[in-house]
Design a protein around this ligand. Structure first.
Ligand code: ATP
Ligand code: MG
Length: 274
């Protein structure tokens, strides 16, 4: 059975697609077979990222690691919360088609939509990138300015709780929720520390783990058009392998390690021993 990872956050622009693509290539690089799906019916950014990657391969005449991407035969309903039988069937067909992979990584839209809820309810691991801002944290928990603790669950936590209940009703084991901070300021600031304090409190309350995050680096913006990730930078003449890229790659490795997925931990310890 493939381990299903859903990258989700109803907050737009938090870094879901960037994280999904970097995770896919990280897993491929570790030797895993990876399937992928893009549930963002409107933007299709992950699918576009992979198209750009294929174009780079064609141009260079060299191979790059690619996932098995599942394309939906009909376009999914955009931003609809109405349960759609056809969409559900398409999604389940996708899971069956990709089942022989070790991992399936699913990118979701930055909004509440039926197919996104469905994917969350089937996830073994949910990864939620958040920008270092209380506007982003508000979707996890409505936070008191005095205590920096949550007054009540935010809309995304509430949605995730419902999906956990659906899993329990299907007797599927509990999903693991990982929150990863994205676009961290390189310099220390009061906001950065307050967000950290608050996230630590929210983690206890809502049962997620905080993974080490990604700093705000221009390289992430440059990679999309070439369909490349930080892992490909060493072989890409278009990308300068400077200290920022090397530091970003280290952040990516720490993030993958922190996912706490047994198959990944095993490969990492084998690689270390070798
Ligand atoms: N660590 C980072 N440093 C700098 N820029 C970043 C970083 N991560 C993501 N970005 C940029 O932030 C923007 C949003 O990222 P991305 O598209 O991955 O978010 P998203 O959550 O998938 O958005 P949407 O909700 O619209 O699907 C993009 O322009 C991306 O290049
Ligand atoms: Mg996206």
């Amino acid at each position: 059975m493939a381990h299903l990872i859903v990258v989700g956050n109803e907050k737009g622009g938090s870094g879901k697609t960037t994280t999904a693509m970097h995770l896919i290539v990280s897993l491929l690089k570790l030797g895993f077979k990876v399937g992928s799906m893009d549930l963002d019916a409107r933007q299709q950014s992950l699918a576009r990222y992979l198209e750009n990657r294929r174009a780079t391969m064609d141009k260079r005449g060299s191979e790059l690691l690619m996932p098995e991407h599942y394309n939906f035969s009909k376009s999914l309903a955009t931003d609809s919360l109405v349960s759609d039988k056809a969409d559900e069937e398409s999604f389940m067909q996708g899971l069956t088609k990709l089942a022989a992979n070790d991992f399936i990584v699913i990118d979701t839209p930055g909004s509440d939509a039926f197919q996104s809820r469905l994917a969350h309810s089937h996830a073994d691991t949910v990864i939620t990138p958040v920008n270092d801002s209380f506007i982003d944290l508000d979707l996890i928990g409505n936070i008191s300015a005095e205590t920096l603790d949550s007054i009540k669950p935010g809309i995304y936590s509430a949605m995730l709780w419902e999906q956990k209940m659906k899993r329990a009703a299907r007797n599927q084991k509990e999903l693991k929720w990982i929150v990863v901070r994205n676009r961290l300021a390189i310099i220390d600031a009061i906001n950065k520390r307050n967000v950290e304090t608050s996230l630590t409190k929210l983690a206890k309350r809502f049962g997620f783990k905080i993974a080490p995050g990604f700093s705000d680096r221009v390289i992430f913006k440059e990679l999309f058009l070439l369909g490349l990730t930080l892992h490909d930078a060493a072989n890409a003449p278009e990308i300068k392998l400077n200290t920022s890229v090397i530091a970003a790659r280290q952040e990516l490795r720490e993030f993958v390690k922190a996912l706490d997925i047994p198959q990944i931990a095993q490969i990492l310890s084998e690689n270390q021993a070798a």
